[in-house]
Each structure stands twice: as C-alpha cells, then as structure tokens.
Design a protein around this ligand. Structure first.
Ligand code: 6R9
Length: 691
C-alpha cells in the first residue's frame, strides 16, 4: 500500500463547521481513502505545520476571498516599507466592455525587494546564516557558500558597478548566465537599484537571445565565458557574441558586456574578446564598495521581464512589479513548502525560468531560507547525483519537475536507495501535470512514504503558486494539484465562458486579481488584454484545461492552446514552425505535441519540402539543426514527418486535431475528415509514417 493510513485522531483537528467538501474527505475514513487514493500527511507532520488542518486552511482562505485588502495587508506588513501603501490596498479594473485591464497592488507603497531579501534578514540577526550553497558540475569540485551578510556585499558591489556604468531605475539589464551564484546575485543587484532584469535561460540560442535584446534594449548584458553541464562545455560567450552581431544589425547595439570568468569551465586566455565592449566581472566588480544604498521604488514599478512562449511566434515579455510579487512569492513559498528556518531548500529549476525567479531567488531569500544552487545536470555523473547532493547538504525541501522524476524512475530505484535521504521532509513538483505513477514513485521511493508532495500549478504570468497542496492541511491525491492558494479563485468554464460547478472539466480561468499577477506584456499592453482577458470576458484565461472531481480537487490536464510543454519547458508550436520554415528547403511546417514517456510531451513536426528537394536523412538533420539554432536545443523536434501536403480545411486552416491523432498513431480515431479540402492528404500522411 502507499502512504500512511488515515488518522482517525485527525478528527480532533476538526471544528464543528468548515468547508463541507474538505470535511467530507477527512470524515470519510479508510474506505473513502482507499477509493479516492488519498494520501494523508502523518499526524506528526501536520502537528508541526503552519497550517495543520483543512479547517485552518478554510478559515484563512475564506478571509482571503472576503477581505483581500485586510488579508494581504496583514501579510505585507511583515516586510519593510519605506512608505505604506494607499488605503485601498489594491485596485483591479478588468473591464469587460472596453476590454481594458489594469491591476495594482500596494500602490503608493515604497519598498525594495532586495532590501527585504537581504538587509532585512541580516538586521533580524541572520547575517551569518547561509543564504546560498553552490554545488558545481563535478561532484568533487570545491563547493562554495555565501552567508546573508556575504551575499549582500556581493550584491552591493555589483549594484555599485552597474550604477557606475550608468544603469539606473527603469533601465533593463539582460542576464544570460547558467546556475552560478552570480545569477541570483545579478538579479538582486538589479532589483536593488531599481533596474529591470530580464534573465534569458542559458539554453536559448543566439537568435533567441538577440530577439530578446532587440525587444527590451538592455544597457548591459551580463554573461560568463562558458559552463560545464554534465560532460559538455557550453561556450556562452560565443553565443552572446553572435547574438550581439544580430542585435546590431537590427539597430539595437549593446555597448557593454559584463562577463564572469567561470574558471572551472574555461580560462580567460581562450575567450574571444571585444575590447571596449567586453569587461571581465572579476576585474571590475570586486573593486566597488560592499555597501550600496537601495533605490526605493513604488510597489508598482517593474521588477523584471521574463519572456515566455504563447501561441504566436513572438515571445511575450511578461512583466512583474515589485510589491505584490514580493508579498506573493514569499507567502506561497512559506505555506506550500511549510517552510521553517531550519530547512535547507533545493529547487532544481534554472533561474532562466519563472520557477527559478520565484522559488530559487525571491521567495526563499525573502523568507531567510538557505538555498542550494546546483550548476550541473541532475544525472551526471550518474543518476544518483541528486540524492548524493541531498545527503551532502542535508536538503529538507526538494522542488523539481515531473520529467526528472520520470527519468530517474526509469534509471531504477538502486540509484536512490543507496543514499539515505533522511533529511528530506517535503517534495515539490512543477512544470507539467505529474502522472500518478511518477507521483507514487516520488512519494514512496524518494520520500520513503514520509514526505508530502506539493504539486504546484502556476505559470510565468501568475508569479507564484495558484493551485497547490498545503502539505500539513489535507490529504493528497496523486496527480492532483488539490486546492487554490489564498486569494485565488479558480473557475472552470465551458466553451462559451459559462462557469461550471461541481464535478466538471473545462477551461481553467481565474476570477479577480492576486498580488503576484503579471501586470502587462512589455511594450504591448493590448496583447496582454487580448490574449489573456478577451477569450473569457472578465476572467484571466490560463490556457490550461482542468477537471474538478467530486471532492473539489483540481486536476490539470495540460494546455488547450498551441503551446506544448516539453520537460516542463513552454514552447509555442508557432515558434518551432517558424524556425523550420526559415530553413531554405522547408516550404511549410505544422507542429503538434505528442505524449512522451519522459519529457511529458515531445515535439512532432510535419514538414513539406520545397519542390524538387527529396526527403533525406541529411535534410531531416539540418531541419532539426535549424530549430536548435533558432530557439535552442531543448526545442529540437523529436520526429520530423515528411508531408507532401499538410491537411487543411477548405478555408485553409491546418487540421491540428488530425495531425495530433496521426502523431500519436491513433489512426482509427481520426474522426470526421470530410471538412478537409482534400481528404486523401490524410492517407498520404499515414502512408509516410515510417518514411
Ligand atoms: C511554473 C511554470 C506554465 C504551464 C502551465 C501548465 C504547466 C506548470 C504545473 C503545470 C500541471 C502543474 N504546469 N505547473 N501543469 N501541474 N503542477 O511552469 O511556468 O513555464 O510559464 O509554464 O506549465 O500547462 O500553463 P511556465
């Protein structure tokens, strides 16, 4: 069996009232537990948790919905504000008629998120506590660590340098770094001086990097010469060089590149250098003072941009602001991971994604947590590396992605069980739905059936967790993200946008705003309004499908738009298509997602070649290379399916539904093909399946 048996004495936690759904679950006893596959936190875990019963959750949740201003003001008051926010606390104008959207939280409040993450924790007596542990790619490599006080000094030196070279409030800075300590340091240095950081995941290609540079016009690009990941050395500086040539050609020159010499990967002597533009971090930053006054900013001043994929080819610059994001990431971190000061926290995500922003850097550091940053690849040198790291640093909270869980599961239990893992007390999952069998393996094998799993559903746009277990509060169901976080009102709507109640499946939307919500798309507020608030008037549309079961648990079912999720990375089908058609031999391309055992989804591309070019292995390889060069290796198609013509409706729309069925080989479920311009196109495709 799995999990601990339900505790009858849990009833002792329950008051006479509370949410009926949740009560029904807890009161339902063993039989219902088996039926529903409920997994209860141990009594001991719940007793020590911040929130230890469904009723306690329910009381807080009700207050957060009935009195958002009061609820969030109380929490925000725990941070340092130079000036308190306006009395109305928040204002949300989601105007159905005009289609305009404006969201503000803590407007008028003046604060600084870097001050709250570092100075405030130091003043509270935690200056000597470890803020960051850093584990390099090689197991034997010298590990490093920084206390809160040391980290503040590093952040101040860089902040002073950035000010010295003319970066000020409201300027943008691109950070293109791997998982070195310098990455969170650079983010915080920008935040300290009111500059807007835009971190670009170091797996993105030169083309993608230059696209982002052209869009946000940074004063400085911060990068490093190279990094080792697993057995590979990646020459990031060369990618930056190429990107900067392209951005100059697009009329956006970058005058300054601050390059960190990552000595374990590459020496500076072998790094190509552009004198006048390139500066070694180590040559300049350490010369600056270790104290730097903060730039006080309004709660609604921008904190960062993070580009993400949507259903068109152009990435969207998701914009987050200071105050609400600070309050929201800190609070979600505390409750969803039941954070305690003694925890050692490890999130395997890269700071190039939102998870690394909210739950490597800001959320944990705002709580004064000790955070582990790992440079390498989780299966290098062997699939036991994660557990080696867990034991070495006595990690208590491990937050990772289903794709890694599935990969490690396939490698076998022995890699896990040879390590103790007894420090672990909470496991977390993010990025895509976690299938019940991976959930069980994570729970039973990795967590020895002791550690609750927080399966956190959220998005780049939401800033922080939206639907997530509160681990001590209620029983879990493997594969369900459970219930909404405080202040979040998820609704499931049908095609027409009508809310559906009870047990149902539909489109997931969110009613009202919350402090961590994104405020705009950089430079394109109208696209923000049309993409997210028009599809279902009055709601924020998530792009995800969702079911609610009879007990009110939420089950995310994946994207319903043209976004695919490969190993937790969000990729727009349109982006891959435009990369493919940029290849001179490609006439047309249509990309769909297909189930993949480890990656969740794989990328399946149908390609029509220009007349006269025969399909060959060589062409296939160069098409894949085109995608790697245009986007990055993580977006490379798993399969190229040669398509003499791509099936379309008479009005010229690609029939993706049919393409998905063929991709997943559900050939007897193609459905109605009579609306196609030429139904025989489908037969032709099927005939070419094994070509
Ligand atoms: C945080 C992050 C967002 C999309 C989202 C959804 C999927 C993320 C999930 C999940 C099911 C979870 N997603 N977490 N689906 N269960 N726990 O991943 O942000 O990169 O913007 O992706 O990821 O489809 O819409 P982002």
């Amino acid at each position: 069996g799995m999990g601990s048996a339900p505790h009858h004495d849990r009833l002792g936690h329950m008051g006479p009232r509370g949410i009926s759904r949740l009560n029904a679950i807890v009161l339902g006893e063993a039989l219902a537990a088996e039926e529903n596959d409920l997994v209860f936190p141990s009594h001991d875990f719940s007793r020590h948790a911040h929130i230890s019963s469904p009723e306690q959750y329910q009381n807080m949740y009700e207050r957060s919905i009935e009195d958002p201003a009061g609820f969030w003001s109380d929490i925000a008051s725990q941070f340092y504000w130079k000036k308190r926010w306006n009395p109305e606390v928040y204002s949300e104008n989601i105007d159905v008629r005009s289609g305009t959207v404006k969201i503000e939280w803590f407007k008028g409040g003046v604060t600084n998120i870097c001050y709250n993450a570092l100075d405030r924790n130091i003043e509270a007596g935690n200056g000597d506590k470890v803020a960051l542990y850093w584990e390099g790619n090689e197991p034997g490599q010298d590990a490093q660590q920084l206390t809160y006080a040391q980290m503040l000094e590093k952040v101040c030196q860089l902040a002073n340098y950035l000010k010295h070279v003319g970066v000020g409030k409201g300027d943008t800075v691109i950070i293109y770094l791997p998982m070195l300590m310098e990455l969170p340091i650079a983010m915080l240095a920008c935040a300290r001086i009111g500059a807007i950081h835009s971190v670009v995941f170091a797996g993105f290609s030169a083309k993608s990097l230059s696209q982002r540079i052209v869009d946000c016009k940074p004063k400085v690009v911060i990068s490093c010469n190279a990094v080792c990941r697993g057995a590979n050395v990646i020459h990031l500086k060369e990618i930056v060089d190429t990107a900067l040539v392209e951005s100059v050609n697009s009329g956006v020159p970058v005058d300054l590149c601050l390059i960190f010499e990552n000595k374990s990967a590459m020496k500076r002597e072998s790094t190509k250098w552009q004198i006048g533009r390139d500066v070694w971090w180590e040559d300049v930053v350490p010369q600056f003072p270790t104290k730097c006054l903060v730039e006080w900013v309004d709660a609604e001043d921008p904190l960062f941009l993070l580009y993400t994929s949507g259903s068109t080819g152009k990435p969207k610059g998701v914009l987050h602001t200071n105050g609400g994001y600070m309050v929201y990431t800190a609070t979600t971190f505390k409750y969803a991971f039941d954070y305690k000061p003694s925890d050692v926290y490890w999130c395997t995500a890269d700071c190039g994604w939102i998870t690394g922003h909210s739950y490597v850097t800001y959320g944990p550091l705002l709580n004064g947590a000790t955070v582990l940053v790992f440079e390498g690849a989780p299966s290098y040198p062997d699939p036991g590396r994660c557990w080696d790291i867990v034991d070495k640093y006595k990690v208590t909270i491990l937050y990772t992605a289903p794709t890694l869980v599935r990969a490690l599961m396939r490698d076998g239990d022995e890699y896990v069980t040879r390590y103790s893992r007894k420090s672990l007390r909470i496991l977390g999952s993010v990025g895509e739905p976690i299938n019940p069998s991976a959930w069980r393996w994570f729970y039973n094998v990795v967590g020895d059936s002791r550690c609750p799993i927080s399966d956190t559903w959220w998005q780049t746009e939401t800033g922080g967790f939206m639907i997530t277990p509160i681990p001590g509060a209620w029983p879990q169901k493997p594969g369900s993200a459970t219930f909404p976080f405080f202040g979040i009102q998820p609704v499931i709507v049908d095609e027409k946008g009508n809310e559906i109640e009870g047990e149902c499946t539909g489109y997931l939307c969110i009613k009202k705003s919350w402090p961590g919500a994104f405020r705009s798309l950089y430079g394109d507020h109208e696209r923000y309004e049309t993409t997210y608030f028009k599809p279902f008037a009055g709601y924020y549309f998530t792009g995800d499908g969702c079911s609610r079961d009879k007990d009110g648990y939420h089950w995310l079912t994946g994207r319903v738009d043209d976004v695919i999720n490969v190993s937790g990375h969000r990729i727009g089908t349109a982006e891959v298509e435009s990369a493919l058609v940029s290849h001179p031999h490609c006439a047309e391309a249509a990309v769909v997602g297909v189930d993949h055992e480890v990656k969740g989804q794989g990328i399946y591309a149908y390609v029509t070649l220009v007349d006269g070019i025969p399909y060959s292995e060589e062409v296939r390889k160069s098409l894949i290379l085109a995608v790697r060069n245009q986007i990055g290796a993580f977006a490379a198609p798993d399969k190229i399916h040669w398509a003499p013509t791509i099936p379309k409706t008479r009005s010229g729309k690609i029939m993706r539904r049919i393409l998905r069925k063929i991709a997943s080989r559900q050939l007897d479920e193609l459905g109605d093909t009579s609306t196609l311009a030429d139904p025989s196109d489908v037969d032709q495709l099927i005939a070419l399946i094994d070509r």
